[in-house]
Design a protein around this ligand. Structure first.
Ligand SMILES: N[C@@H](CCC(=O)N[C@@H](CS)C(=O)NCC(=O)O)C(=O)O
Length: 218
């Protein structure tokens, strides 16, 4: 059964691939699962039909038969569990990959999102310049720890997994808005390896095509 995901009709990032449907598209591309996309406007996302799928009125959602999911962690995990390619056959390796998914979403993404929120909503506050260094230090703390663990490895725990997919997706948010990743050459190379994956490229191109079509009216 072909799943349907939702994505922005017109992504605020102008097709940079930062909207979170990209990570779901990437997971689907990695496992070779075709999918349909339903585009939603900001106002549609807050209407009852979408709220029935996503209680917080956000994208992406994932529908497959009578199953409806929200939250990219849950969606990517679902895809990874149903298809080969993103989680090892070995039970302990699977569990470790899932730890990395949670680490990406619960430990690494929050300080990165804090920086984005600060830049977006608090730039005009008198205390902005005092707050930002602390926000960036918290990101550097996580990047330093991640860099130490990654070392010279290609991926976080053996073969590429859903844990790497989620970690790279989270780090790409930072790459787009700061040069901070360059301070950690092994993390920069790790992110580049993720971006070089054919499945990532297909996912990126697909979301960009949506933005381009919306902009050109084609
Ligand atoms: N924790 C959620 C975050 C979802 C999220 O923040 N989605 C953004 C797009 S990337 C969104 O819909 N923003 C519009 C809004 O919150 O109104 C997930 O990982 O799925």
């Amino acid at each position: 059964m072909t799943p349907t995901i939702t994505a922005f009709e017109r992504s605020p990032d102008r097709g940079q691939g930062l909207a979170r449907d990209t990570r779901v598209r990437w997971a689907l591309e990695e496992v070779g699962q075709p999918y349909d996309v339903r585009l939603v406007s900001f106002s549609e996302m807050k209407e009852p039909a979408h709220l029935a799928l996503h209680p917080f009125g956000q994208i992406p959602t994932y529908e497959e038969g009578d199953l409806a999911l929200f939250e990219t962690g849950a969606i990517v995990l679902h895809i990874a569990e149903r298809h080969a390619g993103l989680l090892s056959e070995d039970a302990n390796a699977r569990a470790r990959a899932i730890s990395w998914m949670f680490a990406a979403l619960n430990t690494v993404e929050p300080p990165i999102l804090d920086r984005e929120t600060t830049r977006l909503l608090e730039r005009d506050e008198a205390w902005y310049d005092q707050r930002m260094p602390g926000v960036e230090d918290r990101i550097r703390n996580r990047l330093g720890q991640l860099s130490a663990r990654l070392g010279d490895s290609d991926w976080l725990d053996g073969a590429f997994s859903a844990g790497d997919l989620m970690m790279v997706a989270v780090l790409l948010r930072l790459k787009a808005s700061s040069g901070m990743l360059d301070e950690y050459p092994n993390i920069s190379a790790y992110v580049a390896r993720g971006e070089a994956r054919p499945a990532y490229k297909r996912a990126f191109d697909a979301q960009l095509a949506v933005f381009t079509a919306a902009s050109t009216g084609s």
